[in-house]
Design a protein around this ligand. Structure first.
Ligand code: PEP
Ligand code: MN
Length: 352
């Protein structure tokens, strides 16, 4: 349930109302939107009559039920307003959300060595990326495959951050690693395979760094949003949802089926920012540019693109990785589409 306050409602009145509903055993959360303040109520609201709230204060404009099973992530919970995730980086604060330019995240699947990660970081930055991605802890299907460099991989990411100022996005798989990864990462990635690792969701929800929550490879949109709800319920509302393709019956030509329809669907259901990852979504570098363009056309707020300086030798996901030259070309091709939908930052153009 949400209480929508009239514009100009005094802060004391908002906290008085919050205290009153908390005394009834509900949790009250103050949400400051662009135009209005909303008090979100979570708990057993089923037996409550929205009309009874009207008498609490003349500053209450409306009381509405959030009918969806997910509450805090629901678009209704913010009375229809999109949320923005603000991420401080060495190159200023990057805002990710519906009312901001498309933010591009690029980098290798795995961090391999200092030379490659710094070189890739410099190249993707020059092309307009705002974030460097790269795994130090890798979720691999085979226990014999390269598992990532772990802690030393984090040092390599820190070196790339120091060299470029790019924000760092890297995956966390284990609750025990959250703190140490959070010391380097600007955004913690929860991968597709851990989307319903509830212990991990609670843990990343209880710390301050923004979280990138990838969609499980067979997760419904409701399951995905409920997973995000765990993070918000634990106290962290800075969550970005990343579509990265679904497992289907046909894997002959693509690794996954990139669900671009998730973008407009999510837009109606949630206020959270949306990212699309066409690299894992298709599995083949030749299809990545087309799907990246499609993602911008359907309204994504950000893109994740795997880039490697030598894809043929990559320790993971080489076939889906663009070279830095291909990434330059992609960014140049995305600019007119991003501009056409009013979502491209002018300075994002390649500086050569
Ligand atoms: C990755 O980003 O490298 C990754 C493993 O992604 P996903 O969890 O989507 O498979
Ligand atoms: Mn990968």
């Amino acid at each position: 349930m949400i209480i929508v306050m009239r514009s100009g409602a005094p802060a004391e009145e908002i906290s008085r109302i919050s205290k009153e509903v908390e005394a009834d055993g509900l949790e009250a959360e103050k949400i400051i939107g662009e135009h209005k303040v909303v008090i979100g109520l979570v708990g057993d609201t089923a037996s409550l009559d929205p009309a009874q709230f009207k008498d609490i204060s003349p500053w209450i404009e409306q009381v509405l039920r959030v009918e969806k099973p997910f509450k805090r992530v629901s678009r209704d919970y913010r009375h229809g307003e999109a949320s923005t995730v603000e991420i401080p980086t060495g190159n200023g604060v990057i805002s990710v959300g519906e009312n901001h330019p498309v933010a591009v995240v690029a980098g290798p699947c795995s961090v391999e060595n200092e030379g490659m990660i710094v070189e890739i970081a410099q190249r993707v930055k020059a092309a307009g990326a705002k974030f460097l991605r790269g795994g130090a802890y890798k979720p691999r299907t085979s226990p014999y495959a390269f598992q990532g460099h772990g802690e030393s991989g984090l040092d390599l990411l820190a070196a790339a951050r120091d060299a470029t100022g790019l924000g760092i996005i890297t995956e966390v798989m284990d609750t025990a690693d959250v703190e140490k990864i959070g010391a380097v990462a600007d955004v913690l990635q929860v991968g597709a395979r851990n989307m319903q690792n509830f212990a991990l969701l609670k843990k990343v929800g209880a710390q301050d760094k923004p979280v990138l929550l990838k969609r499980g490879m067979s997760a419904t949109i409701d399951e995905w949003l409920m997973a995000a709800e765990y993070i918000l319920a634990a106290g962290n509302s800075n969550v970005i949802l990343c579509e990265r393709g679904l497992r289907t019956f046909d894997r002959q030509y693509t690794r996954n089926l990139l669900d671009l329809s998730a973008v407009p669907v999510l837009r109606t259901l949630t206020h959270l920012p949306i990212m699309v990852d066409p690299s894992h979504g298709t599995g083949w570098s030749q299809f990545v540019p087309t799907l990246a363009k499609g993602a911008i056309a359907v309204g994504t707020d950000s893109l994740m693109i795997e880039v490697h300086n030598n894809p043929a030798k990559a320790m993971s996901d080489g076939p889906q990785s663009l070279t830095p030259d291909q990434f330059d070309a992609l960014m140049a091709d995305l600019a007119p589409i991003g501009t056409a939908v009013g979502r491209w930052e002018k300075a994002t153009a390649a500086v050569g």
